[in-house]
Design a protein around this ligand. Structure first.
Ligand SMILES: *Cc1c(COP(=O)(O)O)cnc(C)c1O
Length: 347
């Protein structure tokens, strides 16, 4: 029999028990992935409200039963932004991962994935039944060694990595990985969940989310028209789940319009991050503490100073690498960033 009590107690003893954080207004949050502040943008809000007035709230059915006209508009914009022939929107980034990967590989195939990829990509790989090899984080030499050793014994091969790593904020060497992927006849899938839509990096298949920098909700994949036609026929999380609410599609469309008409907006989050840490590689800056208990204590101390910073613990990050994950957005005030920096230095 499963014992919920034992499991919860064990987690608690290791300082690894998770709880939804208490909602506290008034704290300055460095925990949001709404990097461009678009979830709060007046024009995005109006687009969503107008869509509710025009179309209602829920979508009512899956896309294959009733496909809203706003999907086509949004997908055209995404394909253009990502420099691909076509795009397809899913219910979320998670649903994109678990829906796409199993259509590409199965038993007898092989996946090479960076050691730090997001759990939803791992779930997609698990569902596919393909054999998985992990390469050391951003380590091209290790990836190539694994390809050299194992590629030949399998049919299809995938390489999976992230553009901007969600918990570390560093960037994958995509030009090199793409070159190696072609050399070994492997498809490269990149997850751009934390990308800011400022530039498009090489990959055969690009996935991402509308739930972070776009400020709305949903996931997407960009690739060839033929591949997307294939997904419409084969991808289970696309076929067997209700379509997104029209208001979310309208908000995403408006958010992309805003990004395209104001390219400098996408540069703001990293500028903010560099006020905190001049050598920040992206808008995500981890402050690695190591020990889970200590990380929670510092989180709590910062709360008393008026800051909300998420404490990220295993299994989201490797053991002994518990951290405060700071994410900087276009809306942060420089003074608040400087005060946070001072508080952390004192702690
Ligand atoms: C957040 C995230 C996802 C999931 O996207 P959702 O739209 O939140 O489901 C996928 N991949 C990475 C790397 C993420 O950080």
């Amino acid at each position: 029999m499963l014992s919920f009590t034992t499991t919860l107690k064990e987690l608690e003893e290791k300082y690894l028990k998770r709880e939804f954080p208490e909602y506290k207004s008034g704290l300055i949050s460095f925990g949001s992935n709404d990097y461009l502040g678009l979830s709060q943008h007046p024009e995005v809000k109006i687009a969503a409200i107008d869509a509710i007035h025009q179309y209602g709230v829920g979508a009512g059915a899956s896309r294959l039963i009733s496909n809203h006209e706003l999907y086509e508009k949004l997908e055209k914009k995404l394909a253009k932004l990502k420099d691909t022939e076509s795009a397809c929107v899913y219910g979320s980034g998670y649903l994109t991962s678990i829906g796409v990967i199993p259509t590409l590989v199965t038993k007898g195939d092989i996946v090479f994935a960076d050691k730090l990829i997001h759990s939803c990509l791992l779930d997609g790989i698990k569902l596919s039944g393909a054999r998985l090899f992990r390469f050391n984080h951003n380590n091209i030499k290790h990836l190539e060694k694994l390809l050299e050793q194992h590629r030949k014994k399998f049919n299809n091969a995938l390489i999976i990595t992230e553009t901007v790593f969600s918990m570390d904020g560093d960037l994958a060497p995509l030009d090199e990985i793409y070159r190696i992927a072609n050399k070994y006849r492997a498809y490269l899938i990149t997850d751009d969940a934390h990308g800011l839509f400022s530039k498009s990096a090489p990959a055969h298949i690009k996935i991402g989310t509308l739930s972070k920098a776009i400020g709305a909700y949903g996931g997407y994949i960009c690739g060839s028209k033929e591949f997307i036609d294939y997904l419409i026929n084969k991808s289970r999380s696309l076929i067997y789940s209700t379509a997104l609410p029209p208001a979310i599609l309208a908000a995403s469309i408006k958010a992309i319009d805003i990004i395209q008409s104001n390219r400098r907006l996408c540069e703001l989050p990293i500028k903010k991050a560099r006020i905190f840490l001049p050598k920040a590689k992206s808008q995500i800056v981890p402050v690695i503490i190591g020990n889970a208990k200590k990380t929670l204590k510092i989180q709590n101390d910062l709360k008393k100073e008026g800051f909300y910073i998420p404490a990220i613990r295993p299994p989201t990050v490797p053991s002994n690498s518990s951290r405060l994950r700071l994410s900087f957005t276009a809306l942060h005030k420089d003074d608040d960033i400087l005060r946070l920096k001072k508080c952390l230095e004192n702690i």
